[in-house]
Design a protein around this ligand. Structure first.
Ligand SMILES: NC(=O)c1ccc[n+]([C@@H]2O[C@H](COP(=O)([O-])OP(=O)(O)OC[C@H]3O[C@@H](n4cnc5c(N)ncnc54)[C@H](O)[C@@H]3O)[C@@H](O)[C@H]2O)c1
Length: 254
């Protein structure tokens, strides 16, 4: 299972070479080593960022992939390497395209040195570690003007990996709930979970953020019998909140 990558969209604009070198060329080194040692099965963490901003929703695996940022392009580059290694060398890759990974379970939660993900940043406000949450743009083509995303719990992602590695399936699968929630809806849900007012402010858009990204996860169900168990933001945020409260400084807390 290949999870390693650089995964900051903003940084991928300021230093695209870092992203293509690690995510695409690093992946190429990996499959070359696999070839040398006769390993043909690989489960790869890909991303909905490979789709860019499709014209139609929900996104199926056959939706045209047109990334809108170097990060998504660097992941798509490795997907393409895998497709050719499957055709030429008989590799059997499973490409799992995660939508927005989030949530926590037990001792495992989300802790990045540079946190760009919405839910941990919202919860930092509730923990008193930040004054307010920044909402990047409220003029998107969505009902409340803020970006809509498909939030998938990390335990659901983990379960999909186990099913994938044990299956005979080869190809790409979307991993999402099939439901979209706006940034404002997530902040509101976090207010209910934490009981904190969580002040927010509207800031300029970030480059490369599509209006809406929502999966059609039906192929993962048909192929692996997988579907998300966490489908509501309240439950997802509750799991993250429990972890952040018991790990206020992230993993350093323990
Ligand atoms: N978090 C999400 O919402 C999301 C969504 C879609 C896809 N993904 C993909 O899932 C995977 C994991 O993402 P994450 O959010 O946990 O990111 P992360 O940054 O928390 O984890 C990636 C890890 O890979 C390590 N790494 C990077 N390059 C490496 C290398 N060359 N050798 C060894 N280690 C290396 C990093 O140090 C980091 O610990 C990535 O491939 C990412 O593209 C994540």
């Amino acid at each position: 299972m290949h999870f390693a990558a650089f995964a900051l969209v903003g940084e991928s604009y300021s230093d695209p070479g870092k992203y293509f070198r690690n995510n695409t060329c690093g992946g190429l080194n990996l499959v070359e080593a696999m070839k040398e040692y006769g390993v043909k099965r690989i489960v790869f963490s890909s991303t909905c960022a490979t789709y860019g901003q499709p014209d139609t929703m929900p996104i199926t695996e056959d939706t045209l992939q047109k990334p809108t940022n170097p990060y998504g392009q660097s992941k798509l580059g490795f997907e393409n390497v895998l497709k050719w290694y499957a055709e030429i060398y008989g590799f059997s890759p499973v490409i799992l395209r995660y939508f927005n990974a989030c949530g926590a379970e037990g001792d495992l939660g989300e802790d990045h040195a540079i946190e760009t993900h919405l839910i941990p940043n919202v919860l930092k406000v509730a923990l008193g570690q930040s004054d307010g949450v920044k909402i990047f743009g409220d003029d998107y083509n969505t009902e409340d003007g803020t970006c809509v995303r498909d939030y998938i719990h990390v335990s659901d992602l983990a379960r999909a990996h186990l099913l994938a590695v044990e299956s005979d399936f080869t190809g790409a699968l979307n991993l999402g709930t099939g439901k979209g929630f706006s940034v404002k809806e997530i902040v509101e849900s976090a207010r209910k979970v934490t009981g904190h007012s969580i002040p927010s402010s509207i800031c300029p858009r970030r480059p490369g953020d599509p209006d809406i990204l929502v999966s059609d996860p039906s192929r993962a169900f048909a192929s692996l019998g997988w579907k998300a168990e966490y489908t509501e933001p309240f439950e997802i945020i509750k799991s993250a909140w429990e972890w952040h409260r018991s790990h206020p400084s992230g993993y350093i807390s323990v």
